[in-house]
Design a protein around this ligand. Structure first.
Ligand SMILES: NC(=O)c1ccc[n+]([C@@H]2O[C@H](COP(=O)([O-])OP(=O)(O)OC[C@H]3O[C@@H](n4cnc5c(N)ncnc54)[C@H](OP(=O)(O)O)[C@@H]3O)[C@@H](O)[C@H]2O)c1
Length: 270
């Protein structure tokens, strides 16, 4: 890490718990690689203290921005001075930049990182029909980013149907021309299947989708990073699908976070 001096810009990650986070290690390495004089530190903030901590951060003139993760991604929206269109649509923020005027601007990069990761690996979502499994935080962000990327249609399947219905309603209102439906067994095979649930994190988890619905040539993508090859990806490989790991979503997000918060040699957002 570069030597911390009076010129060093400070970045934080707000979380509860915070001990498990990997973002400081990765963004500190990114700043070093990019020649940016900054340091990111973990900040353990409980739900009841978020407003107080954010008000304090706002008064710090050497703050460049901060990352927000569980459980604060929704509550932080109201504490920003402005948020991007994606963040407004998704209703969550995971990265905040402190502008030169001291204003906090929020962005949600989970979904944009997912789409950038797909593209980086050569899988273009534009014009493809997508089946999205899940309707939680990650799935919401992925859904809006896929819609923005120009998918041809989006089917949503989630254990709690009310959450799929709510997501479909909000998507339809933002993207009225996009065909959206709630997945039904027997539906035509999509071009891309995305697991946006947490099923696959634990060894004994059931598959998020009946493997008999996977067809050769289909792209099967994960948001889960650990294990690298989830049971779904293993089943997809066995059925001749092309697979996309969860890690590119994070890697692309880290680059985007660096850009958004101005982690450049000049400290200016590109
Ligand atoms: N690669 C990355 O950069 C990245 C970034 C963010 C998140 N993630 C990963 O995304 C995953 C989801 O995170 P999240 O924040 O979206 O969590 P979340 O908001 O709690 O949503 C969890 C989702 O999984 C579903 N689910 C959980 N247990 C289930 C079960 N037993 N059967 C069926 N469905 C089940 C939930 O369905 P219900 O609605 O019915 O509860 C919901 O759709 C996590 O594994 C996280 O690590 C990855």
């Amino acid at each position: 890490m570069t030597e911390i001096s009076g010129h060093t810009r400070i970045y934080a990650i707000l979380a509860d718990p915070v001990h498990h986070v990997q973002t400081p290690q990765k963004l500190n390495a990114l700043m070093q690689r990019r020649g940016h004089d900054g340091v990111m530190v973990p900040v353990h903030v409980g739900v009841d203290d978020l407003t107080t901590v954010v008000a304090g951060l706002k008064r710090m003139k050497t703050l460049g921005g901060f990352v927000v993760t569980v459980p604060h991604k929704t509550a932080i929206v109201a504490l920003c001075d402005a948020v991007s269109r994606q963040a407004e649509l998704v209703g969550a923020v995971n990265c905040v930049r402190r502008g030169a005027d001291g204003r906090f601007v929020g962005e949600i990069l989970d979904g944009l990182g997912f789409v950038a990761g797909l593209r980086r690996e050569g899988f273009e979502p534009k014009g493809r029909r997508v089946l999205l499994l899940g309707a939680g935080g990650a799935a919401n962000a992925v859904a809006f980013a896929l819609a923005e990327a120009g998918v041809a249609g989006l089917s949503i399947a989630n254990r709690t149907r009310a959450k799929s219905e709510d997501l479909a309603r909000r998507l339809a209102s933002a993207f009225p021309a996009l065909p959206i439906d709630l997945d039904e067994p027997g539906a035509a095979a999509p071009d891309i299947v995305v697991n946006g649930t947490s099923l696959g994190l634990a060894g004994g988890d059931p598959l998020p989708l009946d493997a008999s619905r996977l067809v050769p040539g289909q792209i099967v993508a994960e948001v889960i990073m650990q294990p690298r090859v989830t049971a779904l990806l293993a089943a997809a490989q066995a059925r001749g699908c092309r697979i996309h790991y969860g890690l590119p979503m994070l890697e692309c997000q880290l680059e985007m976070m660096g850009d958004f918060m101005g982690m450049t040699p000049s400290g200016i957002t590109p």
